[in-house]
Write a protein that binds this ligand. Structure first.
Ligand code: NAD
Length: 514
């Protein structure tokens, strides 16, 4: 395969996690946290798994163990669900005044902000992402808690005159917290995704049982310590590290859970959905994506090249709404692709804590194998490999940014989510053709348009089947704007005022006057 030789030659590598920590002078408090064996956080207390099971945390750039976490059992889950139920039914959280909840969530946001650098280092070490990206994740986490804390005191129902009934009524709706929420999170943005789930849930008075990703649980565990320090009542947030196939599956199927909010792959989401439906448990499913990027000849080519590269190579392409399917108008295809390949070759591979690194290793050896098998499939399918690939013979998790040209929509690499730094590109001639190609996918998480034509942008924003449309930029996220999918990218929305509807029940009250 055609690895980027320049990148490979200059890449820093370390034999052990300790060498790595020493090289970047990782602070003592982070080391102490890493070298501790971590327990489960249930009802405000730390405790080992019921059967004492633990799991190794593997650092992605060295593929060696850097920490140890507990592996929860179904018995632990029952205890956590009971604690969350008690906290919900008692007056400790749900019946606090909204302003009291708002203050505590603000206090939690303050603490996350105070510990931002420590959390960013942990996130970088755990996921493998460049520190600057991890810092953005932590800032986004703080913003999310701040934004939703403000909603605690602004939840309201509505009053309406009956439309067809004779009589004298007073009618109104009440927004009530849905109850105990089961939260399941993937490994790519662990703390920020957790904030996307908890911000709205806690603001309206729900309590929670969280199953963090088994690969990247460390910031969630540090977060639990901050939850305690912020003074949230015991049982409001419970954290169960462990396997998706056991504790995750049991959480989705648990009759004591009122709602499941899941972010992860479409395949796992389907099984979570089936399990939840058995108990008619409410659910939000934020699933996979294969988002289309349409580049028209009337765009600002240089700006679009920068954004397209960022949209797929940021976080080593391990982003649900990565712009991974590129369609470029044929009149500018050659020029655009030449500039894009130059850009891809300039990304600097290396461990996340190295300030020079702009792209880290993939999160795990298993993810590395998945991504490299897709690269092999692309070559076998006849796509043209323009740059990138694994930098060695499989001894590390590093993959230099990959671009395939001359793809067709029938190829597996165009239809399936790869979840790595792999961009698949092809030409189109007309706007109609571009739209048809973009919508020809089972996913519908996001789509991006590069064009200066107002008419084209408005028309396509209406016709593209995706939950987010980005215009002349990619992967913009803000707590005030909802995020979620069409088609097999899921249903329900995180973030924005819209999310409040997914963590509340609407009760209708009828008062008949004499
Ligand atoms: P995954 O589906 O393998 O795992 C997600 C979570 O589910 C993890 O915590 C895992 O332990 C748990 N899990 C695994 N099996 C389970 C089961 N049978 N029942 C219940 N829980 C189970 O996904 P991943 O590999 O961690 O993350 C990558 C995927 O997540 C990609 O498909 C990506 O597109 C998607 N994702 C989506 C969004 C979004 O907002 N739509 C955001 C980030 C990631």
């Amino acid at each position: 395969m055609n690895a980027n030789a320049a990148t490979e030659a200059s890449m820093k590598t370390f034999q052990t996690p300790t060498d790595y920590l020493d090289a970047y002078e990782v602070p003592q408090n982070v080391r102490e946290f890493l070298f501790r064996s971590h327990e489960l956080f249930i009802n405000g207390q730390w405790k080992p798994a019921a059967d004492g099971a633990t799991a190794a945390v593997i650092e992605p750039s060295t593929r060696q163990q850097i920490s140890t976490i507990a592996s929860a059992t179904v018995e632990d889950l029952d205890e956590a669900v009971n604690a969350a139920r008690q906290a919900f039914e008692s007056s400790t959280w749900t019946s606090q005044t909204p302003l009291a909840r708002e203050r505590q969530l603000q206090r939690l946001a303050d603490l996350i902000e105070e510990h931002a650098e420590e959390l960013a280092i942990l996130e970088s070490l755990d996921v493998g992402k460049p520190l600057a990206e991890a810092e953005m994740d932590i800032a986004g986490t703080v913003d999310t808690f701040r934004y939703f804390s403000g909603w605690a005191s602004k939840i309201s129902g509505r009053s309406s005159e009956p439309a067809g009934l004779d009589g004298n009524y007073v009618t109104y709706t009440r927004k009530e917290p849905v109850g105990v929420i089961g939260v399941i999170v993937p490994w790519n943005f662990p703390l920020q995704t957790l904030a996307w789930k908890l911000g709205a849930a806690l603001a309206v008075g729900c309590t929670t049982v969280v199953k963090p990703p088994e690969l990247t649980s460390l910031t969630t565990l540090r977060f639990a310590e901050l939850v305690k320090e912020a003074g949230l009542p015991d049982g409001v947030v419970n954290i169960l590290t462990g396997k998706g196939s056991t504790v995750g599956a049991a959480l989705a199927a648990h009759p004591g859970i009122d709602k499941v909010t899941f972010t992860g792959s479409t395949k796992t989401g389907e099984s979570v959905g089936h399990a939840a439906l058995e108990n008619v448990t409410r659910m939000t499913l934020e699933l996979g994506g294969k988002s289309a990027v349409l580049v028209f000849e009337d765009c600002d080519i240089d700006a679009a090249v920068e954004e397209v590269a960022f949209g797929i190579f940021f976080n080593a392409g391990q982003i649900c709404d990565a712009g991974s399917r590129l369609y470029v108008q044929e009149s500018i295809y050659d020029e655009f692709m030449a500039k894009l390949v130059d850009n891809a070759k300039a990304w600097k591979l290396g461990p996340g804590l190295d300030a020079e690194s702009t792209i880290g290793p993939l999160v795990s050896e298993s993810q590395y194998r998945t991504v490299t098998s897709y690269i092999e499939a692309g070559v076998a399918e006849g796509a043209k490999l323009l740059c990138g690939g694994p930098v060695d013979e499989g001894t590390s998790n590093y993959v230099a940014p990959v671009i395939f040209g001359d793809c067709t929509n029938s190829m597996k690499i165009v239809q399936e989510e790869i979840f790595g730094p792999v961009l698949v590109a092809q030409r189109f001639s007309t706007q109609e053709e571009a739209l048809a190609l973009a919508n020809d996918s089972e996913y519908g998480l996001a789509a991006t348009i590069y064009s200066q034509s107002l008419n084209r942008v408005h028309q396509l924003s209406k016709d593209l089947k995706a939950g987010s449309i980005y215009v002349n930029a990619q992967s913009s996220i803000d707590p005030a704007m909802p995020f979620g999918g069409y088609k097999k990218s899921g249903f329900g929305r995180d973030l924005g005022a819209e999310q409040l509807d997914y963590v509340t029940e609407t009760k209708t009250v009828w008062i008949t006057l004499p």
